[in-house]
Design a protein around this ligand. Sequence first.
Ligand code: ARG
Ligand code: ZN
Length: 874
Amino acid sequence: LPIRLADYRPPAWRVERVELVFELGIDATEVAAKLLLRRDPAQDAPLRLDGENLELLAIALDGQPLPGTAYRPVEGSLEVDGVRDGSVLETRVRVHPAANTALEGLYLSGPHGTGFLLTQCEAQGFRHITYFPDRPDVQASYTVTLCADRARFPVLLAGGNPDGAGELEDGRHWARFVDPHPKPSYLFALVAGQLEKIERDYRNADGRDVQLKIWAEADAIERCHYAMDALERSMRWDEQVYGRNYDLDVFHVVATHDFNMGAMENKGLNIFNAKCLLADPDSSTDDEYRRVEAVIAHEYFHNWSGNRVTCRDWFQLSLKEGFTVFREQSFSADMNSAPLKRIEDVALLRRAQFPEDAGPLAHPVRPAEYREINNFYTATVYEKGAELVRMLAGRLGKEGFRRGTDLYFARNDGRAATIEDFLAALGEANGIDLTPYLAWYGQAGTPRLQAHGAYDAGRREYTLTLRQHTPPDQRQAHKQPLPIPVKLALFGADGRMLPLHMDGQTADGETERVVVLDRAEQRFVFRDVAERPVPSLLRGFSAPVILECDYTPTELALLLGHDPDGFNRWEAGQQLALRAYDALRDGTGPEAVAAWCDALAALFDDGNLDDALLADLLTPPGEIELAERESAVDPARIHALRQQLQQRLAARIGPAALDARYRALAARTTAALDAASQARRRLKQGVLQLLALLDPAQACGHAAAQYRDAPGMTDRLGALAVLARHDALRSAEPLAHFRTRYANDPLALDKWFALQAQLPGEAALARVQALEADPAFTLKNPNRARALLGSYASGNPTGFHRPDGAGYRLYAERLLALDALNPQIAARLATAFNGWQRLEPQRREAARAALAGLAAHDKLSRNLVEIVGNMLKS
Ligand code: ARG
Ligand code: ZN
């Protein structure tokens, strides 16, 4: 049965204090827990603790061992009789870390003989460690003592401040940690094993001295320096921008290669997928550097948006995730380029969240129900959630938003809060009622925003009509109108912005403003408009909607050439590309293709344009985005058309110009990480890819040299991708070379698997099967499974969506095998089937059959059952 938001009840029992003692072992670990319990006087329910796969060794209440009749296990929980307010319950359980392949709770990372122990508790992993009310609104003070063999586990870490350590007999030792801040169980963490560290002393703005320590295995520790710098930048930024200071004496960060997600914000002991922490030029790309910086910031920012103020229940997940993603995005924008960051984030939203919102897995940012909460760590909760916070921040302005977040943190510090609490604080701090925005949190689907402009030359008036409509889905036939802030400007034919005058507003000559559409349809009239304007709408992507506007190609070209809003400039290019794509597909004449190609060819020669922005402009919308606009999707056709479009552009720019630009950029290649160097690398790759579509031999010649001379991973991997795609024969040697060179670097090997899994064409299936036979392939490591299988199904439309359905069948088989090991990863990878209902009939039937075959198995995990079940509904 699903769990429903509407059924929320406060906990009948809380834990005020918990003392945990771990006797750590790889195969078996014993956990002694002592809970000081508090009863809610308003409720009369027996004590029921969560617990799964726990071997109960002992249980005592208020110092007395309990007879077997006084407690009983009932489906994933333990009921105990005779408990009073203030009672102390002691349990002792055994768990089996090495056998834990789900990587939830306490588990082993790495080989049995040398690996280390760690935990992952969010959302409900703590119940795999001990009996406890495992819900975020139960906040307790933790004292944790770790005991283990000193030689095997020299490093012992838990959240909180260190509170003593010492020797035990038989070569064992202990270490204790006390967390002064009450926290929910999902933020508990421990790490134990052979790890190296780097450290840095940090002084908070409020004067507290903090030791920052990053831990990794010996072969990785030297790749943690960039993360340390990023951590320091994040801490300073949160002090300056949000007034948030860190609140413990130590801050630990640990890297593991075995992790279900990107990273986890456990209080005082963040744990990272190595992929999101390690960085060095030889094995990390520029994108990965930026990702490390962003994830370090994200987890650190959670210390306030998540930990000090946590979520009342898991329906409120976006309260911490949406807000923290927004904070992370703002930080990255400040550290790098704001317009490029915005382009990257919106492209991700369109690629990952819009399809989710339009398919069978659609759910509101605050879901109303779930069966398995781990399935709701989605693009909707994270990325759309961040867009909602961005709208609120935009509504309040920089200072108003800061007033609002100050009040939110002050009022909810130490509490388990709700989305309503967030909106109330932001609103009250500014005397503004933000409750209309709550509707965004409760309604799935991407609104369509239609814009139509009419100019009355006689009255010098421009009327902008805005309409909104959100398509219905199975759960909600009629969607309500939402408040949609539309940031806009009007352009004259010379490419300059016109002053905006609206009724009841003083004519202060402002050239940009925000209008809010909060009904199904509304008209906005601008006065004193000297000429028929070209509107620049939804600037900076001011709301997560799909804009439909009847622009002519000339109007789009004007915005592309002149809009100072970098995002909208790129967006005009994307819209122009979509028109060109449609014209190519429908055979409606060469004008639209020429308009796009001409505009970009002009920008190609414009020396003032940022290299990275040019690279983004040269890239038309991706295959997933193109598929979203169709009702009978043929991925092979989309791929071919998109490639034709790129070929046209390449031909328009010309092989000589492409070659010359490539050479010029290549001549300036270094390993430097500054923005300009990264931008040059990005453009160089874009140019090389275009050249490869015109003159593969020439491009592959460049790529072979680039692979050989690459000063870092960005150039090396980029060259390899071009070679592998355009010259299978010539790429065999560098692919083998890469495999050998990085044989001991799992993160680099993941890139090697992913690159090959994404080579387009039906032969990808056989390639994936061959790669499965590589000794380095294993389903047990989530990064590796994602690199090969995830990249294939989600990053290779022509390879996965074979008309014969063989891709689907192979994938379904692997999901089944994976589900037996790691349900979270199986369920996540299964979402690659999203959108199957809109495939053309042959593929649709094949995908349906594969999904139905999966669903027919008994013993599927709850995770996979929910995803596959939802996928097949309707
Ligand atoms: N809270 C973590 C983060 O966003 C992610 C945890 C994901 N947990 C999960 N069960 N999928 O930083
Ligand atoms: Zn997060």
